[in-house]
Write a protein that binds this ligand. Structure first.
Ligand SMILES: [Zn+2]
Length: 252
């Protein structure tokens, strides 16, 4: 399984108690803060756009929670800032907006034309169609990426599996847009790739292909697994970092 986004734990069934930070020792803050109590043993902070979630044990006192939040104030502000920047950079398929395509920032241009097609010309990402609306254009970009993914990912995943002598283990290769994962491999031999990866440079796509195919041999993230990945894709660490930094720009 390849997951490079921040880990989101399964939501505990916790009582949600809003923390009234204005009433406590803390100065007013420009974000909402929510306290979730559960069976956990430690206190932890989670950042959502414009919102801070504090997960605390049932027995934690209000003062303890407030002190915890206060002592992490700088970290909270930095993370909120980062989150809002990420939010602004999210991909919107609209005429004139920016798209981060193959590591280059291009401008989306809607072009009137009977023929549906997508062209990259200089720094323009041209979406051509009849009476385009953002919804229609989005559908076109989806078809474009799915098409690219089936042309590129499917033969390369099979080719690599063949090279490693495990092609027979593949039962199916699925292309899906998932919420946060780039790829997935099941013990039944189903490989799954998120076709949004086609917005990334080929080196990144190849790393993703490699990662899931290597799971056909090692179903974990053990040392042996990473050794195998690195024997095929030596710069995997660099690609993982690149994805962590930029992946939020691919989801639409
Ligand atoms: Zn994995």
């Amino acid at each position: 399984m390849a997951k490079t986004r921040a880990k989101t734990k399964a939501k505990p069934k916790a009582k949600i108690v809003p923390l009234n930070i204005h009433g406590g020792k803390l100065p007013p803050a420009p974000y909402s803060c929510e306290v979730q109590r559960s069976k956990r043993k430690t206190l932890a902070l989670y950042i959502k756009p414009g919102k801070v979630i504090v997960k605390v044990p049932y027995q934690a006192s209000r003062a303890e929670v407030e002190e915890f939040v206060q002592s992490n104030e700088d970290w909270i502000h930095n993370r909120l800032h980062e989150e809002s920047q990420r939010q602004q950079e999210m991909l919107r398929i609209e005429n004139g907006s920016k798209i981060f395509y193959r590591a280059r920032e291009l401008t989306i241009v809607f072009k009137e034309g009977r023929k549906r097609r997508i062209l990259v010309n200089g720094d323009q990402f041209i979406i051509q169609g009849h009476k385009l609306t953002p919804a229609k254009a989005q559908e076109q970009v989806e078809d474009f990426l799915i098409d690219k993914a089936s042309q590129y990912i499917l033969p390369r995943a099979r080719g690599l599996a063949h090279h490693l002598g495990v092609e027979h283990k593949i039962t199916e290769i699925k292309l899906r847009k998932t919420k946060s994962k780039w790829g997935h491999c099941t013990s039944a031999g189903v490989l799954q790739y998120n076709w949004l990866i086609m917005l990334a440079p080929y080196s990144i796509i190849d790393y993703m292909i490699t990662h899931e195919v290597c799971h056909l041999i090692h179903m974990d993230h053990s040392k042996r697994f990473w050794q195998l990945v690195d024997s095929i894709c030596p710069q995997s660490e660099q690609y993982i970092d690149w994805l962590k930094e930029h992946e939020h720009r691919f989801w639409f």
